[in-house]
Design a protein around this ligand. Structure first.
Ligand SMILES: Cc1ncc(COP(=O)(O)O)c(C=O)c1O
Length: 421
């Protein structure tokens, strides 16, 4: 029996695949692992201790999430973001990825609007849920930000304006590394309000704004913004699988029962010990607060040095504002690379991996047109535990694997130029 023709067109997420590929290649040569977006920092000691202390908790937890944790999460976001998070409208899930999917799955029909570039999983999730996907292309000049004008044009020209529109916005951005100013958010909010757009504001990197100045979209468009976050990035606990979401008051009566329906029929609850540990993280005591301040400092220093090094090599790269990604644009090298048979970001990544041992992800994985020579670089291949306690000099020494990888890119580019000449 062949089932092939009845299967959905869905494949292994590219971000996870690159890690497996780097592992294999590393047997033979040095690999600069810029491909995988995982926090380099250990989980704070008090949070790990809470996990250990609660390892014996074995009972199922409430589907919506353990009440003391929801209280802590709501208080944390009220304090950090100046927004009205209420614990009865917080949903705890096994990663924000599944919470985003739960929103998509709650709708029988919707149009999903994505920004290009944006995170790899939004489009497959929307398609799995049976929704049509639309994309708005941003540019290096705009630092990969969606403008209010672009949004206005799209909203005013929709073929089926009666159908719900879900915009997924993510900032600080993966892969862009950039974020939005208050003025830009206000301008977007005005359009979103006018057209009644439902927004999933993926703010998983909000706490890793390098200056600690993240502004939640919920401040400017509270009635239509679902905010997602979690422990994966700022708390270094991606593998623990704990995400959070806040549902706005206006949408809660209709949406919350459906989201709880999806949660109860799929994941049931997040692991009990992890919820206990998360309560300690979200209580945001002195140790955790200091840890986040150090993370910001380290990422800011390494990220801006990395961006400057790429700029010096003639690769246009916006200075990072949050998170741990850069999205370099090799457009200035287009002709040289074309002479070497490289016309797409996929080819560029393939050749950089094979010839220079540099693992990156192609722009195509983030919805960029194939012929745009953009790649995502995660500058996390350094010792995060040591960096948390390092002075500036020590930090520069610890960031050597990042800087050496960038030098490998520069030398490879120069080599292409020489062969092409
Ligand atoms: C933009 C973005 N959103 C969501 C996620 C998923 O995070 P979680 O571990 O909470 O599922 C990631 C993780 O890579 C991400 O980069």
């Amino acid at each position: 029996m062949s089932v092939e023709e009845f299967l959905r067109p869905i494949n292994h997420s590219e971000t996870l695949l690159i890690n497996e590929r780097s592992d294999a290649l590393e047997q033979a040569r040095r690999v600069f692992r810029f491909g995988f977006g995982q926090s380099p920092f250990p989980v704070p000691a008090s949070v790990t201790a809470a996990l250990e202390a609660h390892a014996g908790e074995k009972a199922y937890m409430p589907v919506q999430g353990w009440r003391p944790l929801r209280d802590a999460v709501a208080a944390f976001h009220r304090q950090q973001d100046g927004v009205d998070w209420q614990s009865q409208r917080v949903l705890i899930g096994p990663g924000s990825k599944l919470l985003i999917y739960a929103v998509m799955a709650a709708f029988t029909e919707a149009d999903v609007l994505l920004v290009s570039p944006s995170w790899v999983s939004y489009e497959p999730q929307a398609r799995l849920a049976g929704h049509a996907v639309f994309r708005l292309q941003t540019s290096a000049e705009q630092h990969w930000r969606l403008s209010a004008e672009q949004l206005e044009i799209f909203c005013s020209q929709r073929a089926n304006p009666e159908r719900p529109l879900i915009l997924v916005l993510n900032y600080p951005g993966n892969p862009s590394g950039t974020t939005y100013s208050e003025a830009q958010l206000r301008a977007l909010a005005a359009v979103l309000q006018r057209y009644g757009v439902l927004v999933i504001s993926d703010e998983i990197y909000g706490m890793l704004h390098h200056q600690g100045e993240h502004r939640s979209l919920a401040r400017y468009y509270p009635e239509g913004t679902l905010v997602t976050g979690g422990l994966s990035k700022w708390c270094g606990a991606g593998g623990w699988r704990l995400g959070v979401m806040h549902v706005p008051e206006a949408l809660a009566p209709a949406l919350m029962p459906r989201l709880l329906g999806v949660a109860s029929e799929t994941w049931s609850c997040v692991t009990a010990p992890v919820q206990h540990a998360a309560e300690v993280a979200y209580a945001f005591g002195e140790e955790v607060e200091h840890y986040v301040a150090r993370e910001r400092l380290v990422l800011s220093r390494i990220g801006s040095r990395a961006a400057e090094s790429l700029q010096q090599a003639g690769v246009a790269t916006a200075l990072p504002e949050g998170g741990f990604y850069l999205f370099p644009d090799f457009a200035a090298w287009r002709q040289t690379l074309a002479e070497r048979g490289i016309h797409t970001s996929d080819q560029l990544c393939e050749r950089l991996l094979e010839e220079a041992g540099v693992a990156l992800l192609p722009g195509t994985a983030f919805g960029m047109p194939a012929d745009q020579l953009v790649v995502r670089l995660s500058y996390v291949n350094f010792d995060g535990a040591a960096a948390l306690n390092a002075d500036t000099e020590e930090l520069d020494r610890l960031s050597m694997p990042v800087m050496e990888g960038l030098e490998a890119i520069r030398l490879w580019l120069v080599g292409q130029q020489q062969v092409a000449a």
